[in-house]
Write a new protein. Structure first.
Length: 108
């Protein structure tokens, strides 16, 4: 990215109805944990390579949340912070590192 060979990824929030049918979508905890397992095991599978081909990845933002109380955070309402499980964060960061745009959406 620094050399200008890749574009900077973007992050946006879209409506669930705007998620295209023919794209990479993570709709459930199982979707995230399955792919996270591949990344954690450093597998170089066709699945991992195929996921690098997408320009935009759609990820549900209301899955895999962690309660602020379990993190020991006091007055979290003041900041509007949402905490997520590590697998969720790592999958999101992996896609960003590939230069892919992230579009978060809320499941109905």
């Amino acid at each position: 990215m620094l050399s200008g060979k890749k574009k900077l990824p973007t992050v946006e929030v879209v409506n669930y109805d705007d998620v295209p049918l023919d794209c990479l979508v993570y709709k459930s905890e199982a979707d995230i944990t399955s792919f996270h397992g591949m990344l954690r095991d450093r597998s170089n599978t066709p699945v991992v390579h195929a996921r690098k081909q997408y320009d935009t990845v759609y990820i549900a933002q209301n899955i895999m949340m962690v309660s602020p109380e379990s993190k020991g955070v006091v007055n979290y309402e003041d900041y509007g912070i949402t905490f997520y499980q590590n697998a969720y964060k790592r999958v999101v960061m992996w896609h960003l590192a590939q230069g892919q745009n992230i579009a978060f959406f809320r499941l109905p």
